[in-house]
Design a protein around this ligand. Structure first.
Ligand SMILES: C[S@@+](CC[C@H](N)C(=O)[O-])C[C@H]1O[C@@H](n2cnc3c(N)ncnc32)[C@H](O)[C@@H]1O
Ligand SMILES: [Zn+2]
Length: 329
């Protein structure tokens, strides 16, 4: 993580939202002194005094962070080991703060993270718009896939940005950024850009793929974003809301840190995986009702095909709905 980005962030604890500073004692390993890129270390909240670790260049900014690390420790340690491991001092500090023996229950959907890890090589292909590359005309879906070129949710949301009433620029965040395909597209339009995801491994991959850009990647939860109120110019999410147990909390968090007049981009297939509670009847209308009074709808498009390549002979097509809105003044 680059220390310069810390001034845009806030404590993820919703009852705090204090400012964050690099914890001098904890800044153990700086991989590049010139760019102040911190590979490992700790960040401290200046209000509640909580400390948050930086692992493999990614700061972990979730509420109740040590409980989260206790519950996901083996998974996180395994991912860090795969990418070169952690310094003994970092590991020692973490071990001294987490509770052992490790509880069996997990806070977040770690099994879902594992599915994404397994599929990430194929996922990366389609996510970066490379679905079409190297496609043989003998491929049974060749014509169909060619027709879909430039018509994905990422394409549509980018058009919304280009043709919107508000000038781009400022501070943007994409929640559920995965390996960073959409971040890469919008990076030239924003001075400061954050990618948020709960999956450490995809964030490490995104960091490698986006190297050099003005993008900072955060392990954070869409329902508890580490930003103060009214600080963002753009909040975007693509195909995330329907994975969540509490989509209403997610929607509140997508608008809370937006400045007045700030832009909201939202795309989803609305195939709610859990907790249907009647949302399934008309989820798009449900989302609009949830946002009523907070935003002014600018543009929407439906359906927009999201093609997910699961394997050499397996594609999944989701019909997504895309919307662009601005936060009311
Ligand atoms: C279906 S993928 C979509 C990825 C990407 N936005 C795209 O357009 O291809 C959903 C992503 O959301 C992330 N995610 C799931 N729950 C999340 C949460 N509560 N907060 C932040 N990210 C989350 C997953 O790890 C995954 O990378
Ligand atoms: Zn705090």
């Amino acid at each position: 993580m680059q220390a310069a980005f810390l001034k845009f962030l806030a404590c993820p604890n919703p009852s705090c939202r204090g400012t964050l500073k690099l914890d001098a004692a904890g800044s153990l390993k700086s991989s590049d002194k010139k760019s102040r890129e911190i590979a490992e270390g700790f960040v401290a909240c200046q209000t509640c005094r909580e400390i948050y670790p930086i692992l493999k260049g990614i700061v972990i900014l979730v509420p109740d962070v040590w409980n989260y690390l206790s519950r996901n420790f083996l998974l996180i340690k395994g991912i860090c080991a795969k990418y070169g491991g952690l310094a003994p001092q970092t590991l020692k500090t973490i071990m001294s703060r987490i509770s052992l023996p490790l509880p069996k229950q997990v806070d977040y959907d770690v099994s879902r993270q594992r599915v994404f890890e397994r599929e990430s090589s194929f996922y990366r292909l389609s996510h970066y718009g490379d679905l079409w590359k190297g496609l043989s005309p003998k491929e049974p879906l060749f014509d169909f896939l060619q027709q879909q070129k430039g018509r994905s949710p990422h394409d549509v949301l980018e058009t919304f940005l280009l043709n919107g009433t508000r000038k781009n620029g400022g501070i943007a965040v994409e929640v559920g950024c995965n390996v960073g395909g959409f971040l890469k597209r919008i990076a030239p339009r924003y001075e400061t850009l954050f990618g948020v995801d709960l999956n450490l491994e995809v964030l490490i991959l995104a960091k490698k793929l986006l190297k050099g850009g003005p993008v900072e990647l955060l392990l954070a939860q869409g329902e508890y974003l580490p930003f103060a109120d009214q600080t963002l110019d753009l909040a975007a999410s693509v195909n995330v809301i329907d994975l969540l147990e509490k989509p209403e909390e997610f929607l509140k968090e997508q608008t809370r840190p937006l400045k007045k007049g700030g832009k909201l981009l939202l795309a989803a297939p609305y195939v709610f995986a859990q907790n249907l509670n009647g949302r399934a009847k008309n989820p798009i209308q449900w989302v609009k009702n949830m946002l009523k009074g907070k935003i002014l709808l600018e543009k929407e498009k439906d359906p927009v095909c999201w093609i997910y390549r699961k394997g050499p002979r397996q594609y999944e097509i989701f019909y997504t709905h895309c919307l662009s809105a601005v936060k009311r003044g």
